[in-house]
Every structure is written in structure tokens, then in C-alpha cells.
Design a protein around this ligand. Structure first.
Ligand code: AP5
Ligand code: MG
Ligand code: ZN
Length: 213
């Protein structure tokens, strides 16, 4: 099963992608997580990506596409994957379609997690991310068992650098301008499925499982 998650920053793409990955046994591939791991390791890619991410801007397509195409060629992606945060622009979506066509494959679902902007700002200020494994929590909606400590790996939890309200506002406008057109793109491709992302996370997941079967 090959799935793309769509949705605004903070809609819950990462949260749901992780649950999908666990239930269906397919890798969760998040470009945001890949960039954050590179920033942490201080790689050249990480240094480049950080200058865009901290401003709430998209990393240029040419730094993203090859990275994802290479990742999808790895063995664990043979039986499928859930892509989270990619594609994010029409050129990225076209590059993905072309790369898949080349090997005779295509996506099965594009799932749009729909959450209005008003809910997003509030969600982001309560989000906490694990510095070690990228696990995502919320102080109110998805708390860890022990405050400040990741349930999955015991790592330290932080507020992401790009979760400051001004940056979230910028990410939202970038989303509407550059990423929302993908809803139309995947509707035309006949694979778009929409879920209400404002209900609690288990209810969102139930709706997704209803689609994926
Ligand atoms: P990325 O890491 O992908 O960030 P994003 O798209 O802005 O999305 P988020 O990770 O912020 O939100 P999410 O939808 O995953 O929500 P989450 O599950 O955490 O990208 C970061 C940056 O990297 C970009 O700005 C860009 O610069 C760069 N980048 C990445 N990919 C790129 C690409 N392809 N091209 C160019 N640049 C790229 O949930 C949010 C919070 O809400 C959490 O606290 C969660 O616990 C909580 N929550 C989740 N669901 C619910 C619910 N149903 N009810 C209540 N709370 C909930
Ligand atoms: Mg995410
Ligand atoms: Zn962790």
C-alpha cells in the first residue's frame, strides 16, 4: 500500500502516519523528520535545510526530490510506505508520479487530514517532539506518561524551533499557496480521500482505517 498524507502543518499527518505504519507494517517516511535528523547531525543538507525551515519556508524542490526517490528505492519500501510531508509542491508531486511510473508503480491513496487554521496555532504551541526518535506528543491531547520524556525511547522532549506562533503563521500561508493545490492534483488522479482532522486522534485513525481497510 502506497500512501501520501496531505494536510496543513499541525493537521496530524505525522501522528496518523505513525499509526498507519504500525498497523499496516509499512515504513513511515517523513521528509521533515529526515531534515531534522540531518540538522541534528549537522550535515551539509541539514545546514541548508535549516535556513528555510526556521523561516517557515519550504526547502527547495531540488534538495528534496532525489532524497525521497532514493529512500523509496530501499528494500523496506518494496511493500509500500506512508509518505508524510512529501510531496508538498506540484513539481514534487509530478516528480514522484514520474519516478513511480518509471518502475511501473503508482500511489494508492492520498489522504487529506482536514483541520482549519484556527485550530492549528493552538495545537502547535502544545506539541512536543522527541529529539532522539522524532516521536510527537501534545501536552493536552497526547501527553507522555512522564512529563518531558519520550514514551517510545526515553529521549528528551522539546518544542520545535518552527513552532513559534509567527513561524506557524508563515508555514500556514506557505501551505495554502504551495501545498493545497495538491488536493486538486490527487482528486484528478482519482485517489484523494478526505478525513476530518478536528476530532480526537483515535477517531481520525478510525476514519483512515475505514478507507484503507
Ligand atoms: P514537517 O515536519 O513535515 O512539518 P509540517 O508539514 O509543518 O507538519 P507538522 O509536522 O508540523 O505537523 P503534522 O501534520 O505532522 O502534525 P502532528 O502529527 O505533529 O516539515 C517541517 C519543515 O521541513 C517544513 O516547514 C519545510 O521547511 C521542510 N520540509 C519538509 N518536507 C518538505 C518538502 N517535501 N518540501 C520542502 N520542504 C519540506 O500533530 C501536531 C500536534 O497536534 C501534535 O502535538 C499532536 O500530538 C497533536 N494532534 C495530532 N492529531 C490531533 C488530534 N486529532 N486532536 C488533537 N491534537 C492532535
Ligand atoms: Mg509532522
Ligand atoms: Zn523518542
Amino acid at each position: 500500500m502506497k500512501i501520501v498524507m496531505l494536510g496543513a502543518p499541525g493537521a496530524g499527518k505525522g501522528t496518523q502516519a505513525k499509526m498507519i505504519s504500525e498497523k499496516y507494517g509499512i515504513p513511515h517516511i517523513s521528509t521533515g523528520d529526515i531534515f531534522r535528523a540531518n540538522i541534528k547531525e549537522n550535515t551539509e543538507l541539514g545546514q541548508k535545510a535549516k535556513t528555510y525551515m526556521d523561516k517557515g519556508l519550504l526547502v527547495p524542490d531540488e534538495l528534496v526530490v532525489d532524497l525521497v526517490v532514493d529512500r523509496l528505492a530501499q528494500d523496506d519500501a518494496k511493500k509500500g510506505y506512508v509518505l508524510d510531508g512529501f510531496p508538498r509542491t506540484i513539481p514534487q508531486a509530478e516528480a514522484l508520479t514520474a519516478a513511480l511510473e518509471k518502475i511501473g508503480e503508482k500511489l494508492d491513496y492520498a489522504i487529506d487530514v482536514d483541520v482549519p487554521d484556527e485550530n492549528i496555532i493552538q495545537r502547535m504551541s502544545g506539541r512536543r517532539a522527541c529529539v532522539s526518535c522524532g516521536g510527537t506528543y501534545h501536552i493536552k491531547y497526547n501527553p507522555t506518561k512522564k512529563e518531558g520524556v519520550c514514551d517510545a525511547c526515553g529521549g528528551e522532549l522539546i518544542l520545535r524551533d518552527d513552532d513559534k506562533p509567527e513561524t506557524v503563521q508563515q508555514r500556514l500561508s506557505v501551505y495554502h499557496e504551495q501545498t493545497q493545490p495538491l488536493i486538486d492534483y490527487y482528486t484528478k488522479a482519482g485517489i484523494l480521500k478526505e478525513v476530518d482532522g478536528t476530532v480526537d486522534l483515535d477517531a481520525v485513525f478510525e476514519a483512515i482505517v475505514g478507507i484503507l481497510g
